[in-house]
Write a protein that binds this ligand. Sequence first.
Ligand code: UTP
Length: 412
Amino acid sequence: MANYIDVLKENKQEHLLNYLKMADETQKKELINEIENINFEQLSELYKISKRDNEKAIESQLIEHVKFVDKYKMSEDDFNKYKETGENIIKNGEYAVVTMAGGQGTRLGHNGPKGTFLLDVKPKPKYLFEILVDNIKRANEKYGVTLNWYIMTSTENDAKTEEFFEEHNYFDYPKDKIKFFKQGNLPLISEEGKLLVDENFHIKYAADGNGCIYKSMRLDGVLDDMKQKGIKWVFIGAVDNALLNMVDPILLGLTVCEGNQIGSKSVVKRSPEEPVGVFCKRNGKPGVIEYTELPTEMAHEVDDDGELLFGESHIMCNLYSIDAINKISKEKLPYHSAHKKAPFMNEKGEIVKTTNPNAYKYEAFIFDGFAFFDNISILRGRRNEDFAPVKNAEGSDSPATAVELYNNYWKV
Ligand code: UTP
């Protein structure tokens, strides 16, 4: 096996040798161990992604409009058929919900896991996690079940998330029905392609994106647990939507009746510029184009009725058969690069905090899992019923807008 010094030189990471000179014995041992565990081949592939021209990458693909069903424009017969089909599955105990709570929430800037953010709703403020618990409790009451709830955390927020649930007595949800599992990490890379180090002489890592959920569900035993419990359909949603409806029998019934293995709820994009991903067919397969990847011209394209051609927003409201998750969990999802602010320690031992993005973070996106199927059922919901995202500290998609949407919906 090659010596770590040679490995660093070979991979143009010899700047790490300077940190090894500054570190004490324990720090040095740990850093060498981390270096030995880095997949440098993957690192170089990831760095290439950051240097790719996204608009050009999209131009080389066939991007088409995708069909959807409007929840409020379908026939009464269809509505009732979907409702009955979905409700039967839920009542039979074959349905479970998963929350993705591993994100960093950098835009919101809350100190702690995003689910622990207190939203000032009426009649009393509620934590984002508490809003989700209430949502599940309501469904339990309605369908006479106690749904299993799985929560994905990351290395960064796992301990704090579990402590929070302990402190709040799991919001009176049966503790044995809640399971936490952890997603993986990938190194951050500087603009020059160098690994970054933190003040404790550890290589800087970040969560590997919500698309790694499928793999994590298999590796962390969540899929096995679900199979053992007889769960056949799984909802996966985000932690930061105050109007997230995790148990919608219409979405479930539609997906089953259309003979699909995956389904998703959409809402109409507010404007061509809204920073959300939109559904499409990509080279014939269902997919989503992120707002950062959608060329401006395509974002403005309209159909004969004047509706945006790429106007069905992906709101992280996804449904899968257990077989679908199993299938995706064995596939390799692409990574996307994001330019982020990442404080680090320089080679003089000084902490550097930048005001501009200085590093690349690599993430797999949950919707890239759709491409392993021929079709997806898309149910268009309504923004004021389904989507109150808490993304930014102020302005659009902020706590203030989410509070307003929540209070209006619940008429409080
Ligand atoms: P976002 O993409 O909005 O990211 O996550 P974020 O981390 O919450 O916020 P920013 O971009 O840093 O401001 C959408 C959903 O996916 C989860 C988030 O917790 C949220 O529920 N997520 C994101 C993960 O679970 N893991 C990840 O690695 C990234």
